[in-house]
Design a protein around this ligand. Structure first.
Ligand SMILES: [Zn+2]
Length: 345
């Protein structure tokens, strides 16, 4: 099983192939999507690409040929049989969970150079089964990834992972359509203009229905509020000013239909947008490949915000936003949530 043997997921495969060719694959990635769509197979294919002895073989994706593993050399063969010393697969044991010992053992190995291959690849399958202690052990490594190692977290339930872990891992969503595919459909079948289509697709979680439901206007509005907030917080240091600015986030446009439930939904949408911006800012600060940006259409805005939000601040911000969204879903008061968040970002 090499990358070209994986069915479907063409945009994801292209993205990976390009990243491997340019050596811009992030040191940690989360592969998410429903069970049975091939996430783990793609993770194994990545491990092969990074270690194949044939180097880069031409892919079968047409003229924009992508590198892929050969699938037959000794390294590919050993990876396929799960006996390659540099490709570590961690999965739930008999208890159904992944204990801290398994993670520590893998992390210890990443301190050394790969034994036989070029890159060490740690695949954590069913990563949502990591006990919190194990996630914390992993987190330290994700924060300072060892040079020759790549961590691939495979999960159908990413929301069960700590926000701090998720914030370190750009996400590859399987099972749904890619952002570009959705944007194309919105333009060709639903009369969106290109900018609005990209914005709606970015927030759609792989679903055209959700993109249409969210409506490009809503997402653009939510993202604009979120970006305004980040811009204001970049310089606002006094708690008083922060609380004032935070209020904007919970404010509702006059004239729009308003009820407690609708206001809560609007706020949640803005927080989601805030989360995607903060995750993108980490990528910009780390000078990652722009292909991994969720808000690729706002590159200029992200570049403007990046000096104020270094990796550390953006990461902490993302974790706070996740906590705020989860508090809102448990019926916390929007005002309390926004005030708390205003002091964290
Ligand atoms: Zn090979």
């Amino acid at each position: 099983m090499t990358l070209v043997d994986v069915e479907g997921h063409v945009p994801i495969r292209r993205l990976i192939a390009r990243a491997v060719a340019r050596d811009t694959l992030p040191p940690s990635l989360m592969l998410t999507g429903p069970d049975g769509v091939g996430k783990r197979r793609v993770a194994v294919a990545i491990a092969k690409m990074l270690n194949c002895e044939a180097g880069t073989a031409p892919g079968a994706d047409g003229p924009a040929a992508s590198p892929d593993a050969c699938g037959v050399c000794a390294a590919c063969d050993r990876i396929a049989r799960c006996v390659h010393t540099d490709v570590i697969i961690i999965e739930p044991g008999e208890t159904g969970s992944i204990k801290v010992d398994a993670v520590r053992a893998a992390v210890d190995q990443t301190a050394f150079r790969p034994f036989e291959g070029r890159r060490r690849v740690v695949i954590v399958d069913d990563a949502d089964r990591l006990v919190s202690e194990a996630q914390n052990a992993l987190l330290k490594t994700l924060e300072e990834p060892p040079a020759a190692s790549v961590f691939l977290l495979v999960t159908s339930r990413p929301h069960l992972l700590l926000a701090t872990v998720r914030s370190r891992c750009p996400e590859l969503r399987f099972g749904g359509l890619g952002t570009d595919e959705i944007a194309d459909l919105l333009v060709t079948r639903h009369q969106f203009d290109a900018t609005a289509a990209l914005a709606a697709a970015a927030s759609a979680d792989g679903s055209v229905a959700r993109a249409l439901e969210t409506g490009s206007g809503d997402y653009i509005e939510a993202r604009q509020s979120a970006a305004d907030l980040l811009r204001a917080f970049a310089t606002a240091s006094s708690p008083k000013r922060r609380l004032e600015t935070g209020k904007e986030l919970a404010s509702v446009r006059r004239g729009s239909r308003s009820s407690a439930a609708a206001d809560r939904e609007t706020l949640t949408g803005r927080l989601r947008a805030l989360g995607t911006l903060l995750r993108d800012l980490q990528l910009v600060s780390a000078r990652g490949d722009r292909a991994w940006l969720a808000n690729g259409d706002c590159e200029a805005e992200l570049a403007e915000l990046a000096p104020a939000y270094d990796t550390d601040r953006a990461r902490r911000g993302f974790a706070s936003v996740e906590r705020a969204i989860s508090a809102l879903s448990r019926n916390a008061s929007p005002k309390v949530v926004v005030d708390w968040l205003a002091l964290q970002l």
